[in-house]
Design a binder for this molecule. Structure first.
Ligand code: R5P
Length: 311
């Protein structure tokens, strides 16, 4: 087995390597003066089961291109099998046409990863499970529960919990987490714009009064969805609101927004490397997915079940 890391999330790659006790295969990724990317794998990969670790996070296009070129380098270096390990799969939100003459970029990205030569994809909490079907190669879409559930159990032992999806699209994820937490209560936020030009109304479906609410989502980007949801829950009588979000994109003024919101804490994973601002923010906690991803890498290599990880 060969583990190779792209530039998007070196600390996570290093943590996966430590978990597996397999050193990272050295790789030279450099730029030409016009910013073209060049990749050279510095060790023999002929016949290897190669895992290239790269989140397609900010800057998304550079990291995606790096992933594609590295896959090509591995293919031309005669790796036996290439798994694209993509802890955060950018472009996933563009999974359907949102209007006339708009793209389905998640499908396009799936096609180019496959065309580059990936044999498999290993990822975490895709925006929508159906994106697996955009690939014509096997996709293992890990769920975050083994990372979030012990943290929640430890932190909220004995509390009456209500798991909340901040939008209708996230209900499956929230329900699955609630089930693993002794069938905790479930609530959903339904955002509606009654008329064009009038601001959205947040309807809370479910009883949150007096409960500790845990908002669960796949992505926090601008922070708008979470912070508005937290305010709506407090207005409906929630005792306190925390958030568990898999991928901390946290762009623009997101950190400030989180700090000024009623959210007590935002828990994210290290699928995207933390900026110094994220790392320094006392309201944000990062949990590592290295063990989960590492175990899935090991099982892929040993041809063992991955779904057993979630029983
Ligand atoms: C949307 O469907 C996603 O699940 C997230 O809720 C969304 O991407 C969060 O974006 P933002 O933080 O910008 O509101």
């Amino acid at each position: 087995m060969k583990l190779i890391s792209g530039n998007s999330n070196a600390p996570l790659s290093q943590a996966i390597s430590s978990y597996l006790d397999i050193p990272l295969t050295q790789c030279n990724i450099k730029r030409f003066s016009d910013m073209e990317i060049f990749v050279e794998v510095l060790d023999n990969v002929r016949g290897a089961d190669a895992f290239f670790i790269q989140s397609t996070s900010y800057p998304a296009n550079d990291h995606l291109m790096e992933l594609l070129i590295a896959i090509d380098a591995l293919k031309r270096g005669s790796a036996r099998r290439i798994t694209a390990v993509i802890p955060y799969f950018g472009y996933a939100r563009q999974d359907r046409k949102t209007g006339g003459r708009t793209p389905i970029s998640a499908k396009l990205v799936a096609d180019i990863i496959t065309a580059a030569g990936a044999d498999r994809v290993l990822t975490l909490e895709l925006h929508a499970g159906q994106i697996q079907g955009f690939f014509n190669i096997p996709v293992d879409n890990l769920i975050v529960a083994p990372v979030f559930v012990p943290h929640i159990q430890d932190k909220f032992n004995g509390e009456r919990l209500c798991i909340v999806s901040p939008d209708v699209g996230g209900v499956v994820r929230a329900r699955a987490l609630a089930k693993r937490l002794n069938n905790a209560d479930l609530a959903i936020i339904d955002k509606r714009r009654e008329k064009a030009g009038v601001s959205e109304v947040m309807n809370v479906i479910g009883d949150v009064n007096g409960k500790v609410c845990l908002l669960v989502d796949d992505i926090v980007d601008s922070g708008g969805t979470l912070c508005n949801a937290a305010a709506a829950l407090i207005e409906k009588g929630a005792k306190e609101v925390h958030a568990y979000v898999v991928h901390g994109v946290l762009s623009g003024a997101a950190i400030e927004k989180v700090q000024n919101s009623p959210l007590k804490k935002l828990v994210i994973t290290d699928s995207i490397v933390a900026t110094p601002e994220v790392a320094a923010c006392p309201d944000i906690e990062q949990l590592s997915i290295a063990g989960l991803m590492g175990e899935a890498v090991r099982r892929t290599s040993e041809e063992r079940s991955i779904s057993e990880l979630f029983k």
